[in-house]
Design a protein around this ligand. Sequence first.
Ligand SMILES: NC(=O)c1ccc[n+]([C@@H]2O[C@H](COP(=O)([O-])OP(=O)(O)OC[C@H]3O[C@@H](n4cnc5c(N)ncnc54)[C@H](OP(=O)(O)O)[C@@H]3O)[C@@H](O)[C@H]2O)c1
Length: 258
Amino acid sequence: MSLNPRIADWQGRRVWLVGGSSGIGRALAELLIRRGARVAVSARSADKLQSLVALSPQVKALPLDVNRLGDWQQAAGELERDWQGIDHFIFCAAAYRPVRADQLRPDVIAEMVTTNVQGAMTGVATVLPALLARSSGAISMIASVAGYTGLPKALVYGPTKAALINFCESLYLDVHPRGVAVHLINPGFVDTPLTQQNDFTMPALMTPDAAALEIVTGMERGDFEIHFPRRFTHWLRLLRRLPYRLRFALLANVAEKT
Ligand SMILES: NC(=O)c1ccc[n+]([C@@H]2O[C@H](COP(=O)([O-])OP(=O)(O)OC[C@H]3O[C@@H](n4cnc5c(N)ncnc54)[C@H](OP(=O)(O)O)[C@@H]3O)[C@@H](O)[C@H]2O)c1
């Protein structure tokens, strides 16, 4: 039995997608537009959002910086005024830099922790009261398999994603009984501007379009956790269950190669 209600039809569903200007978020926005959803897209790059608006009269651009509280309030107010609220909130925004121990600096920490954790939670805090009041709707958060276990070069990014995994688990316990769905999305490697910074070979690398299809299919099935590609996430899920002695020995090998 699925942990969330299935989504049978996207036609007319009011989706607010934050982090829709590039990569997975953009591919997801395009797919949802093709499925007939009304999509409000947010990110800082207003010009890139406009190119999505050109695709359909069902699309609305709401430029915002997830680290500015006033931006959230303004965008939510606009959605309330123009669409009388939303049915589905999807958070795809993130900051990423590969970080090893000798690169750990306060500015690098602040950028990733505020955007990926505080930004994500602030977004949920913005939309949740209205969803709970109506006892319906869904919240979908993109975390990452990097949150499963400590990985090389993910000294700050990994913990932000682990925080989101924990946040979604906790949120589900509170809001599922009150009629609001929660999807936790844990992708493996996807070819986007974010991962183009990586200087190592990424196993099982996917296209953003393939990732978007996995996400939408998982939501339609009513999954709580949507993870992909399975041929990669299967191994990481196994790895996180190993005792530390064995896990560290295997990961030390990976760390040497990256
Ligand atoms: N690519 C992967 O392999 C992979 C794997 C696992 C998880 N993920 C996760 O998937 C999500 C999408 O990542 P992606 O790979 O598609 O990366 P991406 O192409 O770099 O997309 C990141 C998005 O976040 C937005 N963003 C960043 N900082 C923001 C801010 N302060 N305010 C508002 N928007 C902001 C960016 O737009 P602007 O710059 O225009 O603001 C962009 O739309 C992220 O949560 C990422 O952690 C990615």
